[in-house]
Design a protein around this ligand. Structure first.
Ligand code: GLN
Length: 530
């Protein structure tokens, strides 16, 4: 199944793709999903989260587009880095083959060489995963120059796979004019025309609009798209993204697609999902959570963390209220750390890189620690919590991470040994899932309820083992080590909940299986608020 986008980006193609996957899965079909990103970066790892949103890390260490996070959460499956294909990867591989002489004698061209490489990669994911249906979401908008080779490749695939084995779904925006309140279908008509000009006739259209599609609009879209009206579905704005599959199912999208794929239609089982959505919607007790970071302007920078909080909150009947704090404002004297402490039941110190905003985070951590508010520090947030404890509890004045101050007298956070000679920045962090042995008797051990866990990493720096004894003497406890002895989790002994996690537990949180550290944080916050 190929999912294309029309009119403009950010219309929720990723959620739609994930939702369709869920409807197939609920019918007993196995699915996987691929995101195609037509940019030239090899992966999302080198992109600024301000522009691109969070970098989602897969189990096998891929630095991928955040849509893979939607797929994993909706489909409750682990994907590979191979499930995110970019123009950069395609060209890198084709050029490398050209140098090796694989195409000797030929003129290497977009068609057929680039398109063949694209098709090969899609098919290899299909084969390796062995699933019934592969969903391929093509990023960007139909008509973008950089997306053309991908559309051409999937156009060819329809022909090669034979009739009834592919479905094209086009997701586009139907804006509402604020003056007249009218739903306008012209942009959608044009984007379908553009798709057909390339040689792709969509089988299904999904119209994103603030409210359900009106009959008149549906009629027009169907007519101009050369489709029966029953092939046009409506995807209105909803409060909770997890409702989207249910909204689409109610209109019969699941059955329609299954029939188009020539598969037997079965009665879907969405009961767990419905129960989860009900829990989210009915949760009434508010819990205030301070989100402390430097990319707070674009909330997508922390998407998986937000979702992990939502999963944990739903299971506890809590309604999370997020309050965002830009840590650079603390440094500029425009935000008093006490404000973070005042109106919040819990705090999350967010991941990040570089010196901007770091001192602000440290000051917030100090205030939060002293006020006894439950706090979870993730990755950089954990590292800066260790710096804070070193400075203010362990008497190591000017302790720091060497990421900020390479000449600090107390480098409590330092570059991983394996990183010292790395010069290339793409894909070279410590990435992906590694097993962690939890320390018996620690809070983290009791939250996970297991001796060994595996969480996903993305970092270059780590707790400097030389300082573990001094930090432990000051009340910090290491609650988890990697098998090669790296510090993975820390916690403060005399605190309700002061936990630092070097890995990113948010990436493995699922609607029905909240991540234990988030669950622990919210439980502690609930008890403190009582
Ligand atoms: N900048 C830190 C490091 O590289 C933390 C990275 C992160 O928060 N993902 O180790």
């Amino acid at each position: 199944m190929f999912i294309t986008g029309g009119v403009l980006s950010s219309v929720g193609k990723g959620i739609t793709t994930a939702s369709i996957g869920l409807l197939l899965k609920a019918r007993g079909y196995s699915v996987t999903a691929i995101k195609i990103d037509p940019y030239i970066n090899v992966d999302a790892g080198t992109m600024n989260p301000f522009m691109h949103g969070e970098v989602y890390v897969t189990e096998d260490g891929g630095e991928t587009d955040l849509d893979l996070g939607h797929y994993e959460r909706f489909l409750d499956t682990n994907l590979s880095k191979k499930n995110n294909i970019t123009t950069g990867q395609i060209y890198m591989s084709v050029i490398e083959k050209e140098r090796r002489g694989v195409y000797l004698g030929q003129t290497v061209q977009v068609i057929p060489h680039i398109t063949s490489e694209i098709k090969e990669r899609i098919r290899s994911v299909a084969e390796e995963s062995g699933v019934d249906v592969v969903l391929v979401e093509i990023g960007g908008t139909v008509g973008d120059i950089e997306g053309l080779p991908f559309l051409e490749a999937v156009r060819q695939m329809r022909l090669e796979e034979g009739p009834g084995r592919t479905v094209f779904v086009h997701v586009g925006l139907v804006p509402v004019l604020s003056t007249t309140g009218e739903q306008k279908t012209k942009p959608m008509q044009h984007s379908v025309q553009e798709l057909r000009r390339i040689g792709i006739q969509p089988d299904v259209i999904i119209a994103r609009s603030p409210r359900p599609l009106e009959e008149e609009a549906r009629f027009k879209i169907a007519l101009y798209a050369n489709l029966p009206e029953e092939a046009v579905f409506s995807n209105p704005d909803v409060d909770v993204i997890y409702e989207v599959p249910l909204v689409l199912e109610r209109q019969g999208l699941g059955s329609y697609i299954v029939r188009k794929l020539g598969l037997e239609d079965r009665k879907p089982d969405l009961s767990d999902w419905e129960a989860f959505v009900k829990r989210v919607k009915e949760a009434s007790r508010p819990i205030n959570i301070a989100m402390v970071g430097k990319y707070t302007r674009l909330k997508d920078s922390y998407l998986s963390i937000i979702e992990a909080v939502r999963h944990a909150a739903a299971s506890l009947g809590l309604k999370p209220v997020f309050h965002w704090y830009e840590s650079t404002l603390v440094e500029k004297g425009k935000l008093n750390p006490e404000e973070v402490v005042d109106g919040n039941d819990a705090a999350i110190v967010l991941p990040g890189f570089g010196s901007r905003g770091a001192e602000g985070k440290i000051r917030v951590i100090k205030a939060v620690r002293e006020a006894g508010i439950p706090m979870l520090g993730i990755c950089y947030g954990m590292q800066l919590a260790v710096v804070e404890v070193a400075r203010h509890l362990a008497g190591m004045e000017d302790a720091n991470t060497t990421e900020i101050d390479p000449s600090t007298p107390y480098p409590v956070i330092d570059l991983l040994e394996s990183q010292r000679y790395i010069r290339r920045l793409g894909g070279t962090m410590r990435l992906g899932a590694y097993p962690i042995r939890l320390v018996k008797g620690s809070l983290v051990h009791s939250l996970y309820g297991r001796d060994v866990v595996a969480e996903r990493h993305r970092h270059r720096y780590e707790v400097n083992p030389k300082y573990i004894d001094r930090l432990e003497a000051a009340g910090l406890r290491v609650s988890g080590y990697s098998f090669d002895g790296r510090v993975e989790f820390v916690e403060l002994k005399d605190h309700r909940f002061f936990v630092g996690s070097q890995p990113h537990p948010e990436f493995k949180s699922r609607p029905m299986r909240p991540a234990p550290l988030f669950l622990g944080l919210l439980k502690a916050a609930m008890e403190a608020a009582r």
